[in-house]
Design a protein around this ligand. Structure first.
Ligand SMILES: [Zn+2]
Length: 233
């Protein structure tokens, strides 16, 4: 469960948040079968890692979620002062009654802020949201795993590119070989058909831009080229 810090002169973003300090409480809001299937251990939270590295938390402009499931939003509870950006479809999902968003609803300090997509196509996606207006962080809608799931494309000053696809797949082969998750998709995805479409789309992008790193939220191999924070001595 991961969080990725994207630094930018106009304000930094945290893509997803991993497990926060209150993960046990968040997990407790999920149904029994889910809890019985879940084993986890809590390492240092995103906030603890940022603080121990000497990071200035006032630089953090927003938390940008790939989607609002427990394992992506839990750490947001540790940043009550930072708004959480989601598109309208995901906000409705959080505010509805789906059991998978009960952990999100249980975080009372959550300050959701909506952003919207405009009609600017990006890499074949019909709509996009260019966060800073300079192409460095561009979000596109990729519904299916949840109604408001997104993909975040990040381009660094040296032109290195990343696509944070969240849980569109659970392993890199989900994209490169378009392998779906047949056993769990019924449980995990609100619309498997849309997941399939978006996987095909990402596979085409990955084939066309082989230098782009596809960051699959739960595949540690995705993070190999991303530097980790180093605690200050
Ligand atoms: Zn997840």
């Amino acid at each position: 469960m991961t969080a990725t810090l994207i630094k930018h002169p106009k304000g930094d973003l945290l893509i997803d948040t991993g497990f926060g300090r209150d993960i046990a409480q968040h997990l407790a809001t999920l149904p029994l079968f889910f809890r019985l299937l879940t084993r986890y251990s809590l390492n240092k939270t995103a906030r603890e890692q940022l603080q121990s590295s000497g990071y200035d938390l006032t630089r953090l402009r927003a938390i940008l979620l790939t989607h609002s499931h427990w394992d992506h939003i839990s750490g947001a509870a540790d940043f009550p002062e930072v708004p959480v950006w989601i598109p309208p479809a995901e906000r409705s999902f959080v505010q509805g009654e789906d059991f998978t968003t009960a952990p999100a609803r249980s975080i009372k300090s959550l300050h959701l802020e909506e952003y919207r997509f405009d009609a600017h196509p990006y890499l074949g996606f019909a709509e996009s949201h260019d966060v800073h207006g300079d192409g460095t962080v561009v979000i596109v809608p990729a519904p299916g795993h949840s109604p408001g799931s997104v993909i975040v494309f990040v381009t660094l000053p040296d032109n290195k590119r990343y696509a944070f696809i969240g849980d569109l797949a659970w392993q890199l082969e989900g994209v490169t070989e378009q392998e779906e998750r047949p056993l769990t998709q019924r449980l995990a995805d609100v619309e498997p058909r849309l997941v399939r479409e978006n996987l095909a789309h990402m596979a085409a992008i990955s084939a066309r831009y082989p230098e782009m790193t596809i960051v699959v939220a739960h595949d540690p191999r995705s993070f190999a080229s991303i530097p980790t924070l180093v605690p200050k001595p």
